[in-house]
Design a protein around this ligand. Structure first.
Ligand SMILES: [Zn+2]
Length: 262
């Protein structure tokens, strides 16, 4: 069985002391690709170093909205310059978040626009972080796409049906992880159950968002299997089918990642 963790942070301190063991445990359980996500363009070297050190780890370059004030002047060209490296397969994570993040709204919009421009110019997928800003996010996606389409995934999808509809209609993918297991997230489970099979990705967001009831503990990519089991159940497909479908989706979106192990 084959699974891919499409969103995690292998460079974070919580995972750095036993990173090789964390990766090996996940690989032994059938997870054969890992996409390690950048959160600061100007601290990208540490993300890339982890990707370079492990054959099956790829990475993205971007500024999380939490850090939009620090990197308010980041440009599309600065982001694009990092994407020539064979291990850099996407842009982000970037987006809008006024719930967990407290960066100024102006900076968030400017930084997100730079990432959209970089994704459009490179046609590398944009990994989007969107929390409690459905209207503004839908507007940015429509505005960005009107200047030319770009591939994207809304990761850890936590929006309502309206944002899901907008994202899907613009060709986007939806990423699902540990949030799906939290008791309160019934709307999310309904969206995950009914989204088109060819638009869903699996992720853990490790070391964050461990599946219930371990919300406050360190998350690891091996726990992708718990999310996959729940999502397979919701969608009434076998675990093997969900693994095959979501992995095919990943490779269709992140085209720079080789289909066979490096
Ligand atoms: Zn993340």
């Amino acid at each position: 069985m084959m699974f891919i963790d499409s969103h995690l942070h292998l460079d974070f301190d919580e995972l750095s002391h036993d990173r090789a063991a964390v990766i090996a445990r996940a690989q032994a359980a059938g997870i054969d690709r890992f996409l390690s996500i950048g959160i600061r363009v100007r601290d990208f070297a540490r993300v890339l170093a982890v990707a370079e050190a492990h054959a099956d780890v790829y990475c993205t370059v971007g500024t999380l909205p939490h850090h939009a004030d620090e990197e308010h002047d980041v440009t599309a060209d600065e982001i694009i310059a990092h994407t020539n490296h064979p291990k850099v397969v996407g842009i982000g994570e970037a987006g809008l978040d006024t719930f967990f993040g407290n960066a100024s709204w102006e900076a968030q919009l400017a930084v997100f626009r730079a990432h959209i421009d970089a994704a459009r110019a490179t046609q590398l997928p944009l990994v989007i972080h969107s929390v409690r800003q459905d209207e503004a996010m839908a507007q940015m996606l429509r505005e960005g796409t009107s200047k030319g389409a770009f591939p994207f995934v809304v990761h850890a999808f936590s929006g309502g049906p309206g944002l899901a509809e907008t994202a899907l209609s613009l060709g986007g993918y939806l990423g699902f992880g540990g949030l799906l297991t939290y008791p309160d997230n019934q709307v999310m489970r309904e969206i995950a159950a009914s989204a088109p099979a060819d638009r869903i990705l699996l992720e853990t967001d490790s070391p964050s968002l461990a599946p219930a009831p371990d919300q406050d503990q360190r998350n690891e990519p091996i726990r992708l299997l718990e999310v996959a089991a729940l999502l397979a159940d919701l969608r009434k497909v076998s675990l093997a089918e969900l693994g095959a479908t979501s992995s095919a989706n990943f490779h269709r979106l992140f085209r720079k990642v080789p289909a066979t192990a490096a």
